[in-house]
Write a protein that binds this ligand. Structure first.
Ligand code: GDP
Ligand code: IMO
Ligand code: MG
Length: 511
């Protein structure tokens, strides 16, 4: 049976709306699985985040990376709708850039539709995002794509929607009001405008065309670009996609494409080290105008037996701890540079910082949006149990092949608290307390020292194996250990970036 038929019969059988979300800090392989399940779907829809995402699809050795356009776009030629919903913060520049790439590759996008209610990313969002990060020494480590400020404008009730680019007068009125806000904020953060000017010279900001020496932002330049250039290119794709999706629900096969990861969710992550949308199934369903209960299968993607994080924030299981965090955030650090700096690294090295570098290399763990080295750590079961509370217990494990040469596998089962006494209501958390659940407060998480369970490695190449039964016994033991300890059900296993490097475990609920 082909992989496609196996997935249809064992995983998707009878389902109408299926969601792919990430149960960790993003970058778990959503792109690969969206592409894989797109052959089944009639419609692929994104509902959260924006160009902060980087979803990689590898087909026949060729890599495609999408930031904004759904990863199902490669199936447009087969009559699949690709939709961006209202929950997304949409930067038209990025859409146009991705359309240009599709044109160059000779790929069609006839059925790409954009929500008229998507939140519009404007130059001032990107500027303030970058000014704030520069001012705080990259406190959050954002992707600099204007994501946070654009979502802030929604709750601050001063945002623009994508449809506004089609109505010049309304666009100008709303833009003036919005710019008044940012001019006030920036006059305090950057009074002489030097930072703004420098940031605006970037190609993401029309190479300086939006800068005005007198008004900071050149209103006319923004209006021209958005209401003429961008509207001309993407105007015909803008429509009421939510109404269409509600109509499709239960009738057509819908695939919901999550972005970011549960542990970065603004609602469930560890403030302030989060993104600004709800990356859980709840945010995703809402972001395309559906209800959570419309999704009759939610698949949470989990890297194993390691996980990654890009940007700042607590990461208890990180190989090399603080040293690794600082190293990965170092100015201009790349995977090539770290290999030159630390050539003596290996998956079984005694020094865990060097082990981390070896894992990063074996898994090609560099940010698909920013190129930053991704921080790597051991799989964290309390955090996985936490994500499964919202995203459900069906999971896909990815990247196990990265550990093919590892002697042993460490997995975090619980933590011991090592911080100062910390009040939680009438309870006081003290040094030495054991924590079995995910501490949702970063003040606790950053002082939580993992307790690891140790399993033997399988020491065998696995990327060509096609069935669960043919996997090394020690890898199966690991899979079943994760299932038992995190109370999840592993539905599929990924052993490489290519479509065919996927194992279907069994029928949902059948084993
Ligand atoms: P996303 O943001 O969740 O879509 O994930 P990314 O595309 O940012 O990062 C996942 C990376 O891992 C990509 O480079 C994929 O090609 C790659 N990948 C996906 N699954 C596997 C796997 O099972 N094994 C290996 N070695 N690489 C994988
Ligand atoms: P995908 O969809 C990994 C992280 C950033 C930063 C924090 C806030 O590819 O899994 P933002 O620019 O969103 O305000 O940054 O969130 N981040 C991601 N990390 N994968 C992503 O997306 C991410 N999107 C945002 O690194 O720590
Ligand atoms: Mg990614």
């Amino acid at each position: 049976m082909s992989l496609d038929s196996l997935i249809r019969s064992k995983v998707l059988n009878g389902k109408r709306t299926v969601a792919i979300v990430c149960n960790q800090f993003g970058d778990t392989g959503k792109g690969k699985f969206i592409d894989l399940l797109s052959t089944w779907a009639d419609v692929i829809a994104r509902g959260t985040g924006g160009a902060n995402a980087g979803h990689t699809i590898k087909i026949g050795g060729v890599e495609h990376i999408f930031h904004l356009i759904p990863s199902g776009i490669l199936h447009d030629k087969d009559g699949k709708y690709n939709i961006i919903g209202r929950g997304v913060v949409l930067d038209p520049r990025v859409v146009v850039e991705e359309l240009d790439l599709l044109d160059k590759a000779g790929l069609s996008y006839d059925l790409l539709r954009l929500s008229m209610n998507a939140k519009l990313v404007l130059p001032q969002h990107i500027v303030i995002d970058r000014v704030r990060e520069a001012k705080t020494g990259k406190e959050i480590g954002t992707t600099g794509r204007g994501i946070g400020p654009c979502y802030e404008d929604q709750t601050g009730r001063r945002g623009l929607t994508l449809n506004d680019i089609l109505n010049r007068d309304i666009f100008v009125r709303k833009l003036k009001r919005n710019l008044a806000h940012y001019n006030t904020v920036l006059s305090a953060l950057d009074p002489d405008m030097q930072n703004t000017k420098k940031i605006m010279e970037h190609e993401h900001l029309a190479n300086g065309a939006y800068f005005s020496q007198t008004r900071r932002f050149d209103l006319d330049a923004i209006v021209e670009m958005y209401t003429a250039v961008y509207a001309g290119r993407i105007g015909s794709m803008i429509t009421d996609v939510e109404a269409r999706l509600r109509d499709f629900a239960g009738k057509k096969k819908i695939l919901l494409e999550g972005a970011q990861g549960y542990l970065l969710s603004v609602d469930y992550g560890f403030h302030p080290y989060v993104t600004s949308s709800d990356a859980s199934i709840e945010g995703l369903a809402k972001g395309v105008g559906l209800r959570v209960q419309d999704a009759d299968l939610v698949l949470g993607i989990v890297k194993a037996p390691y996980m990654t994080r890009v940007g700042a924030g607590p990461f208890p299981t990180e190989y090399g701890g603080e040293r690794s965090e600082k190293h990965c955030q170092g100015e201009g650090m790349t995977l090539d540079r770290e290999q030159a700096l630390y050539p003596d690294n290996a998956l079984n090295h005694d020094d865990e910082f060097l082990r981390g570098i070896a894992i990063r290399k074996a898994g090609s763990e560099k940010g698909a949006t920013t190129g930053r080295p991704r921080r790597v750590g051991r799989l964290d079961l309390p955090l996985l149990r936490y994500a499964a509370q919202t995203n459900g217990n069906k999971v896909i494990l990815t990247k196990l092949d990265v550990f093919d040469e590892s002697d042993a596998i460490e997995i975090c089962k619980a933590y011991v608290y090592k911080g100062p006494a910390y009040r939680m209501g009438k309870y006081t958390l003290k040094q030495g307390h054991i924590l079995f659940c995910a501490p949702q407060d970063p003040e606790i998480l950053k002082h939580s020292i993992p307790i690891y369970g140790k399993l033997p490695g399988w020491k065998q190449k696995t990327s060509d194996i096609k069935t669960y039964a043919a996997l090394p016994q020690k890898m199966r033991d690991l899979v079943e250990y994760i299932e038992r300890k995190a109370k999840v059900e592993v539905v599929m296993i990924s052993l490489g970036p290519e479509r065919e490097q996927t194992i279907v475990r069994g029928g949902i609920g059948s084993d």
